[in-house]
Ligand binder design. Structure first.
Ligand code: NDP
Ligand code: GUE
Length: 291
């Protein structure tokens, strides 16, 4: 039996129209449109594509969006100066500096320079700390997209065995934190699950993955999750977005389709959900800043 599809494209469309309605309501109340400033340094084609997708999604939902394109030779001081201007600009509620940055720039210094109140990626250490302690100011976009994709498809997480493959600051670590946390009124996107995090030093990776009722693949290696690593009937979320010769390939091998109970496609799975959660955070930032 083929796995049921975790259709991120369809869910993203539904949630974006909910966001657009709330943005329109704010406009009717005379409030400024939520503003997102995206900063793209250099010419990496995948980054350009993501930023283009985000820009279009913002426009479609009625957000005010600007893209700041800087050359690959931009200095750290120049980028810090731009971030400072965006921090001070009342039309900007959310700031996203697309990663990775060129090697002359220290990612950490830029992430720490973004005002925590405008940090719609939820990468600033203050916001990571708030998330970690159960009092989130923002939820990080890709992890939040993964949780929404599961729960809005009726997949309950509490008490489940969940394995996360990958431990990066952008995906693996924060998604694992959200999945394990206690759900409360002030921290609703929390899984109450039993979570294992696997990585390149994990022993018996296939055995570990096969324990999972829900498997989250965020390794960045095309096809690394093979059918022998999946418990029959498990929900498998493919975060991998690997550009191979101009095509998008996930971390999940296509044959997993016949073992999994649920599977998210690439493209059309987590990618569109990530962008949707960015819009959600930008609206949220506008509410937090402007009321
Ligand atoms: N759809 C979306 O919105 C997004 C998609 N992505 C995609 O998700 C993927 C992961 O991204 P990101 O977290 O930034 O990647 P990183 O390269 O920062 O992290 C990858 C993680 O996976 C682990 N890993 C790599 N190979 C293996 C392996 N063979 N076996 C076990 N573990 C392995 C690494 O382990 P170790 O720590 O030991 O090196 C590391 O922890 C990429 O394909 C990326 O494009 C990322 C962000 C958003
Ligand atoms: N500061 C920062 N914030 C990020 O959120 C961030 C980042 N840096 N760096 C890179 C990763 C990657 N990422 C994706 C966004 C959209 C798709 C996406 O739209 N994917 C489409 C495929 C692409 C397409 O069809 O154009 C899909 O899966 O359907 C994928 C990946 C955000 N990231």
């Amino acid at each position: 039996m083929a796995a049921q599809r975790l259709d991120g494209k369809a869910l993203a469309a539904t949630m974006r129209s909910e966001i657009a309605a709330r943005v329109a309501e704010r406009a009717r109340a005379g409030k400024r449109a939520p503003g997102l400033a995206a900063v793209l340094v250099g010419e990496d084609p995948a980054s350009q594509q993501y930023v283009k997708n985000k820009h279009k999604a913002c426009q479609d939902a009625g957000l005010a969006t600007t893209v700041h394109r800087l050359s690959a030779s931009t200095t750290q001081a120049e980028l810090l100066e731009l971030v400072g201007r965006l921090n001070a600009d009342p039309a900007v509620h959310g700031i996203l500096v697309q990663l990775p940055l060129p090697k002359q720039i220290d990612d950490g210094a830029i992430i720490r320079a973004v005002s925590p109140n405008k940090d719609v990626d939820c990468f600033h250490p203050e916001n990571v700390g708030l998330l970690m302690t159960g009092y989130p100011r923002f939820y990080p976009c890709t992890p939040h997209g993964v949780l929404q994709l599961l729960t809005r498809n009726g997949i309950a997480l509490a008490g489940k065995e969940i394995v996360v493959l990958g431990r990066s600051n952008i995906v693996g670590k924060p998604v694992a934190v959200m999945l394990m946390q206690k759900a409360t009124a002030t921290n609703p996107a929390a899984g109450d699950a039993t979570v294992t995090v696997a990585h390149t030093r994990t022993k018996n990776l296939a055995d570990v993955c096969r324990r999972a009722d829900v498997l989250i693949a965020a390794a960045g290696v095309p096809g690394v999750i093979t059918p022998d690593m999946v418990k029959p009937g498990a929900a498998v979320v493919d975060v991998g977005t690997n550009n191979v010769d101009g095509r998008w390939l996930g971390d999940v091998h296509k044959d997993v389709e016949s073992v999994a109970g649920w599977l998210s496609p690439v493209p059309g799975g987590v990618g569109p959900m990530t962008i949707t959660m960015l819009l959600y955070n930008t609206l949220d930032a506008a509410k937090q800043i402007d009321g």
